[in-house]
Design a protein around this ligand. Structure first.
Ligand code: 5GP
Length: 181
């Protein structure tokens, strides 16, 4: 599980590290948030309407799901099951509450928290990437304070001060924890 506040650079680091790992893949979550430029259906997310998301919740399709900002996000059971069948390593990119519920149910899951060097840098990145409107950024920053205060719950903390360095560290943690488990 790879967690950390919005703007910490989880997505960037995962994109960097995933091709270096053999037999690992990233679970594609479902969300109700609008697709950003450059994203594709079924690649970054399965993009669902609120209605479809709620229906799939009631049908038990999610391992966990949360509200984050103004939208819903959830880990699909089908993604995890598909992966268990092949025995590959599954990476989940997930916020704090989701990580907490997965941790309860999958005790062998390794959890990694990605954090920015400091709060100002996080703010700068979130505003700079220009993917959310100001109200949404405000919600994400509020949530970020809570997430940063919970970093110690995670097995590992990676400070994303420099993408190359942080990606190397993340890769090492994943490889080492696979050896251990
Ligand atoms: P974003 O809108 O920036 O893609 O994602 C917002 C937050 O939702 C990020 O912290 C991301 O890690 C988290 N997230 C993405 N997919 C899931 C999921 O399936 N479950 C949970 N709990 N959080 C998710």
């Amino acid at each position: 599980m790879i967690s950390g506040p919005s703007g910490a650079g989880k997505g960037t680091l995962i994109k960097e590290v995933l091709p270096r790992l053999r037999d690992a893949e990233l679970a594609v979550s479902a969300t109700t948030r609008p697709m950003r430029a450059g994203e594709a259906e079924g690649r970054e997310y399965f993009f669902l309407s609120e209605e479809d998301f709620a229906r799939r919740v009631s049908e038990g399709d999610f391992l966990e799901h949360v509200r984050y900002g103004s939208y819903s996000y959830g880990t699909l059971r089908s993604e995890v099951e598909k992966n268990l069948a092949t025995g590959r390593t599954l990476l989940l990119e997930i916020e704090l509450e989701g990580a907490r519920s997965v941790r309860k149910n999958a005790r062998d899951a390794v959890s990694i928290f990605i954090r920015p060097p400091d709060f100002e840098e996080l703010k700068r990145r979130l505003v700079g990437r220009d993917t959310e409107d100001p109200a949404e950024i405000e919600k994400r920053l509020e949530r970020a304070r809570e997430e940063l205060a919970s970093a110690d719950e995670f097995d590992y903390i990676v400070v994303n001060d420099n993408v190359d360095r942080a990606a190397d560290e993340l890769e090492r943690i994943i490889i080492d924890s696979l050896k251990g488990g």
